[in-house]
Ligand binder design. Structure first.
Ligand code: 5GP
Length: 148
């Protein structure tokens, strides 16, 4: 699986969109879904995905879905920054396995960063579910207050 290939509707993010797999959702509208990364690179690591585009990467996504996803990334980033007060935020998007992509439904990473942290692109440790639930509640509250 890399830059070229067919979209696999059984990928994990497609299953999350269809409600066939769970996620710690922090934001959703008609076009996008944002949820916590199960293997976070930092506390607050969130993924944003388009719901309507069967696109594996940036080369395939339609303009409207790309716009909606980008707007949602900004919205969620604002909430993360207000809630967690990181020193920096990394927004990342990988295309193709050699570039680091492991799930082939286009997504953007929002990763709060702190002074002195190393900048890896993948983490191997699964987050504690209790911790994820607490974080989810904080971010949902914050996003609701921003959009109210
Ligand atoms: P990529 O490397 O493709 O840019 O990023 C895929 C991301 O999805 C990784 O950060 C990985 O930790 C995350 N991930 C993989 N499987 C799941 C899952 O089932 N649920 C969630 N929430 N995140 C996942």
């Amino acid at each position: 699986m890399s830059l070229q290939g067919d979209y696999d509707s059984q990928n994990i993010f497609a299953k999350i969109i269809r409600g066939e797999a769970p996620c710690y959702k922090v934001y959703e509208d008609d076009d996008v879904l944002a949820f916590l990364d199960l293997f976070p690179q930092s506390y607050g690591h969130t993924l944003v995905i388009p719901k309507k585009a069967a696109a594996r990467n940036l080369l395939e996504i339609d303009a409207d879905s790309l716009c909606q996803m980008t707007l949602a990334v900004q919205k969620v980033t604002r909430a993360l920054v207000e809630e967690l007060q990181p020193a920096g935020v990394q927004v990342a998007q990988f295309n193709g396995a050699p570039a680091g992509q492991t799930v082939f439904h286009i997504h953007m990473h929002i990763i709060p960063r702190h002074e002195g942290e190393s900048l890896g692109i993948h983490a191997s440790q699964k987050a504690d579910p209790v911790e994820l639930e607490r974080l989810q509640a904080r971010l949902v509250r914050r996003l609701n207050s921003l959009t109210a």
